[in-house]
Design a protein around this ligand. Structure first.
Ligand SMILES: NC(=O)c1ccc[n+]([C@@H]2O[C@H](COP(=O)([O-])OP(=O)(O)OC[C@H]3O[C@@H](n4cnc5c(N)ncnc54)[C@H](O)[C@@H]3O)[C@@H](O)[C@H]2O)c1
Length: 340
């Protein structure tokens, strides 16, 4: 039986607690939040009467000696929470973003390396069936190589809390998911980015609710992201709406269940190649899916089998580097290299 302490008992902690209660061989022994009333509330709601509850992470770790820390705190607390967890010899599965800036990201990776414990990041969009199917389909070569990816993300949530108080909120707190998926589905390395951020006149955010970023990937493909968290009406999916253009056809995903692909035939009608629909194969049984539960299960399995989880920190920093480069570009008005 592995034991875990969960830190950060806000809105997202419910998804974690719902997942953890379906996991055999894992017991939650502690709940921590600087707002202890939040932690007590979650303990009550989830029947965790035996769990230690408090505001002081170090004290709860010293008392409970868990194998794992689940970090669901706000991004600004990430480094402090993760370093404390590693200092207590715990494996850490942390929410995205892995860090709030480059310095913190490097410090967290160093702490992970020194501790010799596993460090995973919840980049749960990879654990969506459609994302796994797209990756396999592109890998099969059915449409040839991807030459450009285009992504639209337009929603208008009123979260309150930390999101309305931080800078570059869309890039740091949401676009990281889409950037990570883009990097994953074309198995590509981002080289440079040009990005602009803007604040609509009706914005209720401090800064960076809206951004457009064009990445150039190694090999020449373009990843074109357009997003806003301050765009009411005609909303897209939380997973974005995608068009992937390839050498011999294209694929669209509406971010829900609509996955459609067309490839060119050897016939023409006037100027245009005639196209035909092509089925995107169903999920392969080996594909890891299941959102938060899937990613937590994989992390626990990685601990048990002594391997690295798919979204380990030293890989995830490549997605985070896309965010930091986009921010640098938005600040400077120049194209910027994507560097870790
Ligand atoms: N993977 C996803 O799909 C997904 C979705 C939503 C949120 N998130 C991430 O989850 C994290 C939490 O988001 P949320 O929506 O629950 O935010 P939230 O503001 O609702 O909750 C965060 C909690 O962290 C607590 N906290 C702050 N500093 C702390 C510290 N030093 N120690 C312990 N607790 C501390 C706060 O008191 C609060 O209860 C963020 O990193 C967010 O980006 C991920």
């Amino acid at each position: 039986m592995l034991t875990a302490v969960l830190v950060g008992c806000g809105r997202m902690s419910r998804a974690w607690l719902d997942a953890v209660r379906n996991l055999e061989g894992l017991r939650l022994v502690g709940l921590v939040d600087i707002d202890v009333i939040q932690a007590e509330g979650r303990a009550r709601d989830y029947g965790l009467s035996d769990a230690a509850v408090g505001a002081d992470l170090a004290a709860i770790l010293a008392a409970t000696k868990p194998d794992i820390v689940f970090d669901v705190a706000v991004p600004q607390a990430r480094r402090q929470v993760v370093e404390t967890a590693f200092a207590h010899g715990c494996h850490v599965l942390t929410e995205k973003p892995m860090a709030i800036d480059r310095d913190d990201a490097r410090a967290i990776l160093l702490a992970a390396n020194r501790s010799g414990r596993l460090h995973g990041v919840v980049q749960n969009r990879r654990y969506l069936a459609a994302v796994r199917r797209i990756r396999r389909f592109l890998d099969s070569g059915a449409l040839g190589r991807p030459t450009s990816l285009h992504c639209d993300f337009f929603l208008a949530p009123h979260f309150g809390g930390f999101r309305e108080a931080i800078d570059h909120v869309l890039l740091i707190d949401m676009a990281i998911h889409t950037f990570d998926v883009a990097r994953y589905i074309i198995d590509g390395t981002p080289k440079s980015v040009f990005c602009a951020e803007w604040e609509p006149v009706n914005s209720w955010y401090k800064s960076g609710s809206s951004a457009a970023a064009i990445f150039r990937m190694e090999g020449g493909a373009i990843f074109n992201y357009r997003g806003s968290w301050c765009a009411a009406g005609l909303k897209t999916s939380w997973e974005s709406s995608w068009r992937i253009v390839c050498e011999r056809g294209a694929l669209t995903w509406d971010g829900f269940d609509g996955l459609v692909a067309e490839r060119i035939t050897d016939r023409r009608d006037g100027l245009l190649d005639l196209t035909e629909m092509i089925e995107v194969p169903a999920l392969d049984p080996r594909d890891r899916i299941g959102g938060h539960l899937g990613i937590i299960e994989e992390f626990v399995d990685a601990i048990r089998t002594g391997r690295e989880p798919e979204t380990h920190g030293s890989d995830n920093i490549k997605s985070l580097a896309m965010v930091f480069a986009a921010i640098e570009s938005a600040n400077s008005g120049r194209r910027v290299a994507v560097e870790i």
